[in-house]
Design a protein around this ligand. Structure first.
Ligand SMILES: Nc1ncnc2c1ncn2[C@@H]1O[C@H](COP(=O)(O)OP(=O)(O)OP(=O)(O)O)[C@@H](O)[C@H]1O
Length: 393
């Protein structure tokens, strides 16, 4: 349904150019629901605008719904729906009339357009509002109208740019209900961008992550989380010295053997080891195994995993990108392949060494952990500090 190769797009700006999209390859099969994630300015909207033929690429090629985006943009537009970030309807016409004129724009006869308008009004639960004007709708209703406008011509493929952004949780859930129903009842292929990682995680069958104009991960949420982030076990001790000793035990078990360098003022030491070392030293059960990337996943980050010991900063636990073992005050966090199996093994090793744990828990990774492992920043941090404009070329 979507086949893109080496798509790039740069924009001329005063004194240079911005490379918004820097060579992306995407293949999406019919019927898939794909979430396209990335921080502000990563290149999501620019990619969508190229795939929908609204913006010509600087280089590269793509066929979308069987049509070439450069040679046959009309063919692409006839087969797809595009719901942009801004509302698609005007203010002056009644909702049903908006839908009818949208159908007419796609070449439907007046009678066909009326039938189709009534169908999408039903489909998006807007029938009772058919004679109202768009400006009188709530945010969630208005977003449903945008989706209805994108569906009038029965597209096989729907692109949605931030369909649920700015809505309250109930309206967001309602939008998702409609999106999932579209797919279940009509087999529509859906390619959407979202800032809500939890939504992408639970709803999309495939997640593509873009950062600085390049795709850095592509797979199911479960694959990406287990292959790139891993589970965590979190163990609390009664003193920092116990925690430091426990961290050394964890480092041995995960196969990291950091060459500890002189501690800086913050009493933090860090050493990098190749991620391959984790795989080579997996325990028989494999519970402590660390893998750098799944065969099905695209991971282009430097495959370096660091083992970090910091007795000073509580925030180190979340700040240390991709670290296998992190100590913060009296708490040790260890990144492992399977927390359920690794935790008892770790507790037995601690007991044998005479180190007493006072609490232990496990945590499953999130898509934000995946982004952290790949880029060294969380998506939320990236949102708070938008990426700098690429250097002028
Ligand atoms: N018309 C334009 N002229 C100059 N720069 C542009 C233009 N459109 C986009 N850019 C730049 O290209 C980069 C990618 O922008 P894009 O809108 O694709 O990001 P995004 O991932 O969709 O971000 P957001 O989540 O904030 O919508 C940004 O640095 C942006 O400033």
């Amino acid at each position: 349904m979507i086949h893109a190769r080496g798509l790039t797009r740069s924009f001329k700006i005063k004194g240079g150019a911005v490379e918004a999209v820097r060579g992306i390859d995407i293949d999406v099969e019919a019927g898939q629901l794909v979430a396209f994630l990335g921080p502000n300015g990563a290149g999501k909207s620019t990619s969508l605008r190229m795939l929908t033929s609204l913006l010509p690429p600087t280089s590269g090629s793509a066929t979308v719904a069987g049509h070439d985006i450069v040679k046959d943009p009309g063919g692409v537009r006839a087969r797809i729906g595009y719901i942009g970030q801004k509302n698609g309807s005007g203010e002056n016409f009644r909702i049903r009339d908006e839908l009818v004129s949208q159908g007419r724009c796609y070449g439907l006869s007046r009678a066909q357009a009326r039938v189709r308008a009534d169908e999408v009004l039903q489909q998006l639960d807007l029938a009772s509002m058919a004679t109202r004007k768009p400006g009188t709708l709530s945010g969630g209703q208005r977003r449903r109208l945008d989706i209805a406008l994108g569906l009038v011509h029965r597209p096989d493929l729907l692109f949605l740019d931030e369909p649920s952004t700015g809505l309250d949780p109930q309206s967001r859930a309602n939008i998702w209900e409609h999106i999932l129903r579209l797919r279940a009842e009509h087999g529509t292929t859906l390619f959407l961008t979202t800032h809500y990682l939890e939504e992408a995680d639970s709803m999309a069958e495939r997640v593509i992550i873009i950062d600085h104009g390049k795709i850095i991960a592509d797979g199911t949420a479960a694959q990406l989380k287990s292959d790139l982030a891993g589970d965590r076990i979190i163990v609390t001790f009664s003193s920092e010295s116990d925690a430091v000793q426990a961290a050394s035990i964890a480092e041995r078990m995960t196969g990291t053997a950091p060459a500890v360098t002189a501690a800086p003022a913050a009493a933090s030491t860090q050493a990098a080891v190749s991620a391959g070392a984790f795989a080579q030293t997996a325990t028989p059960a494999g519970a402590f195994a660390q893998t750098a990337a799944a065969p099905a996943a695209t991971a282009i980050a430097d495959p370096v995993v660091s083992a970090t010991v910091s007795a000073a900063s509580a925030s180190a636990v979340t700040d240390v990108a991709g670290a296998a073992v992190v100590v913060s005050a009296a708490v040790v966090q260890v990144r492992v392949a399977q927390a359920g199996a690794a935790l008892p093994e770790y507790l037995r090793a601690l007991e044998a060494a005479g180190v007493k744990a006072i609490a232990a828990e496990t945590s499953r990774p999130t898509l934000d952990d995946v982004f952290l492992a790949l880029t060294g920043r969380t998506l939320r941090e990236s949102e708070a500090t938008p990426v700098a404009e690429p250097a002028a070329v």
